[in-house]
Structure formats: C-alpha cells, structure tokens
Write a new protein. Structure first.
Length: 365
C-alpha cells in the first residue's frame, strides 16, 4: 500500500479539528464539521469515484499485521477521549449562548464520537488483543453504548440478515421505526446474551461479573466525574454538562443506527431448515467502495467482506463485485435514509434486483 494511501486513514482526524475550529470561530461556524461531513465529503466522493482494488492475497498477511494501522486507531482513542473532555469543558464556559449554536456544537461532537468514534470502536472490538478491546469499550463509554460490544459481536454477527436480528432493517421499514427496534431490542438482547453466559457458570443474571451492569454504570460515572470536575473548577453546578453529554451520546448512536440501517436494509439469508440459515457470504451486506468516505470510515463501507471475515483488519478488507452495491457512500446514504419515500424509491428496486439474483423464491415475498 502506498504511503499516500496509508496517510489517507488519518483523514478522520479532520472532523474533530473542524469541530474545534468551528467552536473558536464562533456562531454559525459551529456547523463547519457538519457541512464538511454531509456536503464536502459527498462532493469529493462523487469526483474521486470508486476504489475497487484489493490488496494482493500474498500481501494481506503482512499488511494486516502492520502496526501503523493499529497505531492510527490507538491515536484516535486518545484524541476522542480528550475531545469529549474538552467539549464538556466548553459547556462550562458559557460561551455557547444560543440554541442554534448548541445544536451545531452538539451535532459536531456526535460526528466525532459517533460518526468516527463508534466506527473505530467497532474495528477494535472485533480484535483478539485485550488492549484493543479495552480501547473499544472506552470509546463506547463516551457515547453510552457499551452494550454494542456484546450485541454486535455475539448477536448481530450471528443473526445478521435474519428476522431475529434487531440491526437488520426490513424491506419498507423506515429508519425511524428501525431505530426504535434496533436500539431497544438490541439492548435487551445484550442483557439476554450476558445472562445466558452467566447461567453457564451457575451465576445469577444480576452479578458483578455481568458486563451489562458495568456497561450501564461506566458512562454515568464518566459523566459524573466530568461534571464534578468542571463544576468545582467554575465554582457552580454545571447541569449543562450532563445534558450535553447524554444528548451527544443519543445523536452518536443514532448515527451508528443509520449506518446499520444502510448496511443491511432488506437483506435476508435463506432459511435452509426451521431456524437455520445459510452461511453469511459477500451477498449479505450492502457494499460501498467510494474512495474518500472509506478513508474517513476506516473502510467500514466494505461491509460485505467484514461480515464474511469479522476479525479481518480494515486496511485489507476486499471489494466484492457480487455484493449488492450502494449508489453512494455512507454520508450521502444516511441523509437519504432520513427521507423514507426517497429511500424506498432508490433502494427497493436495487433490493428487488438483488433478490432476483440471489434469493430463493420463498425469500422473495
């Protein structure tokens, strides 16, 4: 992989830089990161086109093990935690005086913590390294979505493209209906998975070894610590900090759910026998190999290969021509997803074409 392409994966750091710059420029500049993410990146994507090249199979092992790529995600972890602390500190300054400034700053923060941060947490959470898994949980703590570590790895990857998966959107299901189901059923399923794990060890569900208990507590403790620190610093109770922290968390995991919606909309695996489904293959996730947005999202858009090879590192994920292809990269697709009539008119025909190529008659209903 060329040095220029390697540097491309540092593109994600532009987003927190723009959020910080927008704050110090003040006023409408708080929307700078938002405009860049949802207008500039799509425009650059449309001009740069697709990158459908794959790393040669004989090079994948060496490139997959190269520390540089892990280093990028490690640096992001520290940057995000520092950024969240800084953002909470901003709430204590009283410099954000109007609602529209607050909205711009909060959404910009969520683009950092959710748009990029959860993407990095997702990458790290799939790895065997205890350090990488710890970093994944730390990132998810900053957006109050730590159960994702359990539900995504042990739930979604097992049940994807089946009716039992909360994170697989159904055909003609709007994003808003999907959000409710995915958020609440996903959280409940994570509790169920932990309870089943503890039951095998003859332990009750409500036990200190239940990760879900800690995952519920850690974000609250983190927010409380930041609130206490900055309140002491300013000599007054800063209620603005928890309001901001939990608001940006909701927006951050909403961005994640938008991505989930886009990645799996309408895709189904064939049921080969009651309750048993065909093995996941590259046809079971929507794929997007848009060059620039893949740099910003650590190639998450090559989602088909990720579901076939979950442990595979982002830098060596493959493009598959046989995968269903999205017409645009994620930044554009999640905007379209907020407009159900437009989404259905664009995606249902593509979904029907995919079904005609890959699904059995029983699945095409």
């Amino acid at each position: 992989m060329t040095a220029l392409r390697k540097l491309g994966f540092f593109a994600a750091f532009v987003i927190p830089a723009l959020a910080i710059t927008g704050y110090y420029l003040d006023g409408w500049w708080n929307y700078l990161a938002i405009i860049f993410s949802f207008l500039i990146i799509p425009l650059i994507d449309s001009q740069s086109g697709l990158d459908t090249t794959n790393i040669a199979s004989e090079q994948q092992k060496n490139i997959g093990e190269e520390f540089y790529y892990r280093f990028v995600t490690y640096v992001w972890t520290y940057i995000q935690i520092a950024f969240v602390i800084w953002a909470c500190g901003v709430m204590g300054t009283g410099n954000i005086n109007t609602l529209w400034e607050w909205i711009g700053f909060t959404v910009s923060t969520a683009l950092v913590t959710g748009g990029i941060g959860i993407t990095v947490a997702h990458e790290l959470g799939h790895k065997k390294s205890a350090l990488e898994r710890f970093y994944s949980k730390a990132l998810l703590m900053t957006v109050c979505y730590m159960h994702f570590y359990i539900e995504h790895n042990r739930g979604h990857h097992v049940l994807v493209a089946t009716p039992a998966d909360p994170a697989t959107a159904r055909k003609n299901e709007s994003f808003y209906a999907f959000w409710v189901r995915s958020v609440f059923q996903g959280y409940a399923h994570a509790w169920k998975l932990e309870a089943e794990s503890l039951e095998k060890k003859n332990l009750p569900a409500f036990h200190w070894k239940n990760n879900m208990v800690w995952f519920a507590v850690f974000p609250i403790l983190f927010c409380a610590a930041l609130t206490a620190f900055f309140s002491i610093l300013h000599g007054t109770i800063l209620w603005q900090i928890p309001v901001f922290f939990f608001s940006q968390s909701i927006l951050a995991f909403t961005l994640l759910e938008m991505v989930n919606y886009v990645e799996h909309y309408g895709i189904t695996r064939t049921e080969v026998s009651p309750g048993r489904y065909e093995r996941v293959n590259p046809a079971h996730s929507w794929n997007a190999s848009h060059l620039v947005s893949n740099f910003f999202l650590f190639q998450l858009q090559r989602h088909s290969d990720h579901h076939v090879n979950a442990i595979k590192r982002y830098q060596v994920l493959n493009h598959y021509e046989e995968s269903p292809q999205l017409p645009f990269g994620y930044p554009t697709m999640i905007i379209i997803a907020t407009l159900p009539p437009l989404w259905f008119s664009m995606m249902n025909a593509r979904l029907d074409e995919w079904r005609s190529r890959t699904a059995t008659p029983s699945v095409q209903t």
